[in-house]
Design a binder for this molecule. Structure first.
Ligand code: DX5
Ligand code: ZN
Length: 222
């Protein structure tokens, strides 16, 4: 589970994260520059302020025009991983090496209109592939079911190549849509509204987990 803090109360971000920390594998941090997407969130300084209070892995989803320029500051602030969109990452091999030199994992994100073939040549060098199931920019949008076939395709490639690449689904994840993504082959589930938009975010995490396990065969979930 990867709660997206985009749906948290930014006025008390640290305590919102502390409340859920210990119940999740990672936090999903949507860094937006107001140019690549028409929304502006936060960058390294905010990440640096919350980092000491939180143990979980920091997964940074960069929706910015110049992502490479942020790597060093993000790494210093305590980011564990960066994911870039394919259209602002002309050289994924170089971007991946830079991220790793700075001690971070590296992934590529597919916006709804981008075909998975774009990432195939780089797959073996990625720690994570993110299939976006909404248009990047805002939380609270409806899940786009047509993106599930991309999850299936990328899952097939990962398995065929014997890789351990994480396959993340991002956008519109709820107890109704999470099982669909799990059945298609996703193994990291970003959820903003379905976690921080609920009165009890920890209970919401549990509900999402149960919905995902229900989509797996008894052999898998055991
Ligand atoms: C959208 C972001 C998502 C967003 C998901 O650009 O990448 O991570 O926070 O929010 P929900 O879960 O509300 O769709
Ligand atoms: Zn995201």
């Amino acid at each position: 589970m990867a709660p997206s803090v985009l749906a948290a109360d930014f006025g008390q971000l640290r305590s919102e994260m502390e409340r859920v920390d210990g119940h999740v594998e990672m936090f999903h941090l949507d860094v937006m520059d107001g140019l690549y997407v028409p929304n502006l969130t936060f960058g390294a300084p905010v990440i640096e302020w919350v980092r000491p209070a939180v143990d979980a892995f920091f997964d940074c989803h960069l929706m910015v025009c110049e992502p490479l320029g942020l790597f060093e500051a993000l790494a210093k602030a305590g980011a564990d991983h960066v994911t870039l969109h394919t259209d602002v990452c002309p050289d994924p091999t170089e971007a991946g090496s830079l991220a790793r030199r700075l001690g971070m994992g590296f992934g590529l994100a597919l916006s709804p209109a981008v075909a998975p073939a774009v990432i195939r040549p780089y797959l073996a060098g990625l720690d994570m592939v993110v299939v976006m199931s909404v248009e990047p920019g805002f939380g609270g949008q409806a899940f786009i079911p047509e993106t599930l076939s991309k999850v299936e395709t990328v899952r097939r490639w990962i398995d065929e190549e014997g890789l351990d690449t994480a396959l993340q689904i991002d956008g519109g994840i709820t107890p109704e849509t999470a099982p669909l993504a799990a059945a298609a082959g996703a193994d990291v589930f970003v959820a903003g509204t379905a976690i921080f938009g609920r009165a009890d975010p920890v209970a919401a995490v549990g509900m999402l987990r149960r919905s995902i396990l229900s989509a797996m065969s008894p052999a898998d979930s055991g």
